[in-house]
Write a protein that binds this ligand. Structure first.
Ligand SMILES: NC(=O)C1=CN([C@@H]2O[C@H](COP(=O)(O)OP(=O)(O)OC[C@H]3O[C@@H](n4cnc5c(N)ncnc54)[C@H](O)[C@@H]3O)[C@@H](O)[C@H]2O)C=CC1
Ligand SMILES: CC(C)CC(=O)C(=O)O
Ligand SMILES: [Mg+2]
Length: 368
């Protein structure tokens, strides 16, 4: 059996705490011979800035390009609030996503039965919820130039961000969304703002064309992104796959997180083309949430988004859907047993980050 090389980048804040819990599982899977992982851990984000003066070193990027999969905890925090734009911890994340060209960010939002009451919406709106946001991840306003703040003659300033999307960029993310919809409930909702944005007009045209030419049997609807946000909290179960750009996908996935009970529940997979070094798709796995400075260092973070990201890796990078299903089942069982971190405890007794990780591992062990 092959040994897979994982690059672990815990990052800042709760990133280090949740990565530790995920590692308990990779170590156990390896020790049991279920799947062999060899891990290397390095700095990223503010931690890398403090050590090396840059949020990600060229050496770490080189390691990422050779890895079978990269796992990120989270980056950022108030400590680096005054660091210039190019060296902010978040810049590391953008560079890794760009250099690996992991353009397809899959963000599933599933409301597990035991957490129906933890959602901020009424139980009947979220019971059985299973939606997938497919976010374009390597273009759009987070990446395109010019991106600058200039001082004008009168001393005032002008800030510019640039939204650009090309046909090719839209086509490739649309194909991912349609392919995934075919394995689910066969419906794609494309969210943009063609009423006010040129990129929205092109987005709508290209998604329509891809759907008509290649996936005529998949239902396609177009929804303005602001309405999509509203519909997500009004009637979320109307959606199956939502395909959208980088900025809207960032926002809509945080909205979707609360339907499941907590931002700490949402995993993600960011996938690219085949890596000639590994023969596997470039892949970066990370929770949807950030470094949560408000709870960092308290053993209070929910590690399930990070552990769920490992389940996605087992499925999308390592063709081990069987192990992924067991890991997801272990998460469901732990929640069904009433084990809760603070974010999903709804006022009830909560366990810490490490106890939640231990509980998932114990459940997983029972399933083998
Ligand atoms: N992928 C990444 O590394 C991301 C980094 N960030 C960065 O993280 C820093 C903090 O950003 P925020 O806006 O506060 O967003 P955040 O996602 O870190 O936190 C938002 C809220 O959700 C809670 N939360 C998040 N994850 C949780 C978990 N696993 N368990 C329990 N509660 C959890 C936090 O305690 C906080 O109240 C910023 O520097 C931001 O730029 C933000 C989003 C993504
Ligand atoms: C650096 C940000 C774009 C990270 C973020 O909020 C996300 O990807 O969800
Ligand atoms: Mg975000």
């Amino acid at each position: 059996m092959s040994t897979y090389k994982l690059l672990l980048l815990p990052g800042d804040g709760i990133g280090t705490e949740i990565m530790r819990e995920m590692e308990k599982i990779t170590q156990w899977l390896t020790a049991q011979g279920i799947i062999f992982f060899e891990t290397e851990t390095d700095l990223v984000g503010g931690a890398s800035y403090d050590a090396h003066g840059t949020p990600v070193t060229d050496a770490v990027v080189a390691q990422a390009l050779k890895a079978d999969a990269v796992f990120m905890g989270a980056v950022g925090g108030p400590k680096w609030a005054d660091v210039g734009f190019a060296n902010r911890p978040e810049a590391a994340l953008l560079r890794l996503r760009a250099d690996l060209d992991v353009f397809a960010n899959l963000r599933p939002a599933i409301c597990y039965p035991a957490l129906v009451g933890a959602s901020s919406l009424k139980p009947e709106l979220v019971e059985g919820l299973d939606i997938l946001i497919v976010r374009e991840l390597t273009s759009g306003v987070y990446f395109r130039e010019p991106k600058e703040i200039v001082t004008l003659e009168d001393g005032s300033k002008r800030a510019t961000d640039t939204q650009i999307y090309t046909t090719g960029e839209i086509e490739r993310i649309a194909k991912v969304a349609f392919e995934l919809a075919q394995q689910r409930r066969n419906k794609v909702s494309s969210a943009e703002k063609h009423n006010v944005m040129a990129s929205g007009i092109l987005w709508k045209q290209i998604v329509t064309q891809v759907g008509k030419e290649l996936y005529p049997s998949v239902e396609l609807e177009h929804v303005l992104a602001d309405n999509c946000a509203m519909q997500l909290v009004r009637q979320p179960k109307q959606f199956d796959v939502i395909v959208t750009d980088n900025l809207f996908g960032d926002i809509l996935s945080d909205v979707a997180a609360m339907l499941t009970g907590s931002l700490g529940m949402l995993p993600s997979a960011s996938l690219g083309n085949t890596n000639p070094v590994t023969g596997r798709r470039f892949a970066l796995y990370e929770p949807v949430h950030g470094s949560a400075p408000d709870i960092a260092g308290q053993n209070a973070a929910n590690p399930l988004a990070m552990i769920g990201s490992l389940a996605m890796a087992l499925r999308y990078s390592f063709d081990r859907g069987d192990v992924a299903e067991k890991l997801e089942k272990a998460i469901i069982n732990v929640l069904a047993n009433g084990t809760r971190t603070r974010d999903i405890a709804d006022g009830a007794q909560a366990v810490g980050t490490s106890a939640m990780g231990d509980a998932v591992l114990a459940e997983l062990q029972k399933l083998f």
